[in-house]
Design a protein around this ligand. Structure first.
Ligand SMILES: [Zn+2]
Length: 490
């Protein structure tokens, strides 16, 4: 029978599964709770999130109409009809569900968050020209811990507002990134960038590995929402020995790696010329896949390499907007998924996108594959939504704890407003989420059971301050760029 739990927090944990089973066992005419409603705050759970639909993204694709999710201590306690959940639980806070769709938060598998401050600084260029002549020099000149703090806050604001709850970052001053993520309440895998050139926070590869070791130690077990990882940049900015050294350090610390891999025709040619093989084969040959790997882009894997990605359980992150804007190519996503590769979605940095909108990535991922293959059946709406949620979580190694609304998982959940004109009428909620919804539709965002945005109001970021600081910093960058242009014209 459906039964309201009457226990203290310490007892509640052990009864999570039992209570869920009880809720699922309820039938519409099941007996009402056997005890009167709880009145003491001690007995209340933290949060109930309601919606016209609960799109769980579990492996069965379960969708609950007029549903609700019960959350306590950051964990999903139960999922059921709104009537069942509200009968079984009293919550300190309730997010009402009228014209709201509840789904897992989006997982942005590849980004350079602080690059929001370089958005629009250099556009319409090829990858190597963009990197070597604009981005790398601008970063060495302007990027310091303060830049990273402000840029990452901007990015977290944009991502929370758009329904992203977890992101994988690769940038400099990772301690600062982690501090920002800690404060704003998001979940993130934060890479310490390793690159064999002078960068904003290191002199060369060995210096960046050494500094990375300290960062990993500091954050390894500090905050369950923050996973420190190594971020070797690519095989054209690090040699084989340096890449092996990064993997050895990651293994020693028991952490994973995120990297750019097989991104552009340049990299393909560089790898063939330097190592006599294409990128994935090269990485496999040096034992680079001996630990968890998140490989961003993967635009040019060969038929020989795709099975390697499956066998070595590499998490691939597809970045359709960035790949289109820099003309890196069209990743064979349909082939990789069919072969069993773990593929998630990412935005890349805001300087090559130029926003952090995962809804746009979903749509472009789908449309780009369809027109490339001349087959409208590939990358269907459910497939793409999975890539942005559970599939993405699996690709970055968090599939057991986030990515779907299932009992026992961490409560990373968003509410999407479905009352604007483009959602009227709604025949198929998943179709609407992928092909219609945009970031402006996200109403509320919950990470680890904590509400970070409530009906569009940001609760953990002082947006006025961040806007002011970002504009002041951008003015300094603009002035320096103007001066440089004047000198260049002399
Ligand atoms: Zn990138």
């Amino acid at each position: 029978m459906c039964q309201n739990t009457r226990m203290k927090t310490s007892q509640r944990r052990t009864a999570l599964l039992a209570s869920l089973l009880a809720v699922f066992a309820c039938t519409p005419d099941a007996a009402p709770p056997s005890q009167p409603d709880a009145s003491s705050a001690e007995d209340r759970i933290d949060l109930i999130i309601m919606g016209d639909y609960i799109v769980s993204m579990d492996s069965a694709g379960s969708i609950v109409e007029n549903g609700a999710v019960a959350v306590d201590d950051g964990i999903i306690l139960a999922i059921g009809s709104a009537d069942e959940i509200t009968a079984a639980y009293t919550a300190a806070e309730v997010l009402p569900g009228e014209h709201r769709v509840v789904m897992p938060g989006l997982v942005n598998g590849h980004s350079h968050a602080a690059m929001t401050l370089l958005r629009g600084v250099a556009d319409d260029l090829a990858l190597m020209d963009w990197l070597n002549n604009y981005i790398f020099p601008a970063e060495v000149e302007f990027v310091d811990a303060e830049f990273v703090r402000i840029g990452t806050e901007l990015a977290c604001w944009e991502m929370i507002r758009g329904g992203t709850t977890t992101f994988v970052d690769m940038y400099y001053y990772p301690d600062t990134v982690a501090d920002v993520v800690d404060r704003c309440g998001m979940r993130a895998l934060i890479s310490t960038t390793v690159i064999d050139q002078r960068s904003p926070d290191a002199e060369n590869a060995s210096d960046s590995i050494q500094k990375g070791n300290g960062y990993i130690e500091r954050w390894k077990s500090r905050n369950s929402r923050i996973t420190p990882i190594f971020g070797p940049h690519a095989n054209y900015t690090l040699n084989a020995d340096q890449l092996k050294a990064v993997r050895a350090a990651a293994i020693e610390h028991g952490v994973g790696i995120s990297i750019h891999m097989s991104e552009s025709p340049f990299e393909l040619q560089y790898s063939k010329d330097t190592y006599g093989m294409t990128s994935v084969e090269f990485y496999d040959s040096i034992g680079f896949f001996d630990g968890p790997t998140i490989a961003a882009h993967m635009v040019w894997p060969t038929d020989v390499e795709i099975p390697i990605l499956v066998e070595r359980q590499v998490g691939v992150i597809h970045n359709p907007t960035s790949n289109m804007k820099i003309a890196s190519g069209i990743a064979p996503v349909a082939e990789m998924l069919q072969a069993g590769v773990r593929v998630g979605l990412g935005t890349d940095g805001a300087a090559s996108n130029n926003d952090l909108d995962m809804w746009e990535e979903m749509r472009l991922a789908s449309f780009l594959q369809k027109v490339d293959r001349m087959d409208p059946t590939v990358l269907s709406a459910p497939t793409v939504l999975n890539m942005a949620t559970l599939g993405g979580a699996v690709a970055i190694g968090l599939g057991d704890s986030i990515g779907s609304i299932e009992v026992g998982k961490r409560a990373d959940i968003i509410q999407v407003a479905f009352d604007d004109v483009h959602h009227v009428p709604t025949y198929d909620v998943v179709s609407h989420l992928v092909y219609v919804t945009d970031e402006q539709d996200v109403a509320s965002v919950v990470v680890d059971g904590k509400v970070l945005m409530k009906e569009r109001e940001m609760l953990t970021i002082d947006t006025d301050r961040v806007r002011k600081e970002a504009n002041a910093l951008a003015a300094r960058i603009q002035k320096a760029l103007n001066e440089r242009n004047l000198k260049a014209g002399d």
